[in-house]
Design a protein around this ligand. Sequence first.
Ligand code: GAL
Length: 338
Amino acid sequence: MKKVLALVLVAMMALGMVAVASAEGVKTYKVGVSIYQFTDNFMTLYRNEIESYFKSLETDSVKYEITMADGKNDMAEQTNQVQNFITQGMDVIILNLVQTSSADVLIDMIVDAGIPLVLINREPLAYDAEGKTIDEAYEGILNNPQVCYVGADARQSGTFQGEMVAELDNHGDINGDGKISYIMIEGDPENIDAQYRTEFSVKALTDAGYEVACLDDQVGNWDQTKGQELCANALTKYGFDVEVVFCNNDAMALGAATAITTAGRTVGEDIYLLGVDALEEAVQLVKDGEMTGTVLNDHIGQSHTAVDVAVKLLNGEAIDNYYWVDYVKVNKAYVDAQ
Ligand code: GAL
């Protein structure tokens, strides 16, 4: 009898030890990620890389349980998701805001819940309802040791677009009338990326001393179908007067490329086309001469930085409040050299 009891005890201890080992030996962190909209081409690359990079950092003793939520471009939906993340006790939240102008509401909720926060891709620079910047309203990202923003400075991407036009032999003035006539296809106008790309692409040309004329400026909301439709309309309306098509991103530029071909126009000969993101399809078009250029929006660099800083926060390490990843100019010379 004694022997049996001893055996049972040993077995129980062994089992107990196994349980202790799994409870103490493996730490699983809960990570909540909310992306403004899953159907966005660029943010799809970005979010997939967040997941795979987190996985690559896992060890026998550290695991990351990632909950990836689709904000569906709906602020109410995203607010619910953040509430759920808080209820679920996420250890860190990565947030790609639907609406940057309401950033303070979500930042407040998350900070008040004591959860570290990494904002990505949509910089909350916009003014809140009282006309204060997010930093003033919240006393911000800037002074909060648990909050940061990871992104790319969209001014640089716009400047690169303009420079690629300026660097052409005719500087974008195909018909030689002394000015560069362009159409602008914008992303979501609330988004600082759209605002800066629109402004700085043209500024790079005027700063270089070229005269410009804006024939059309429309909102395509980062969307390929919309980009195609807007470009087709502008080509119908302004015909060969359109010398340059600036698109705030590649999805819209891919749509514009289709519209340009359909209109019987030829990029590099009677029109120029610029995008941003360096999506694989766009880089191929640059290689084939069907797009003048794009700008690499480094989703690998940005997602890895976001994850690295999230891990730092999980480890209680100090972080910076802003992390910037560079854009890269992608024209034919660059692609051919790769
Ligand atoms: C930009 C990107 C766009 C779109 C947007 C979403 O940086 O160039 O394609 O993804 O972010 O906020």
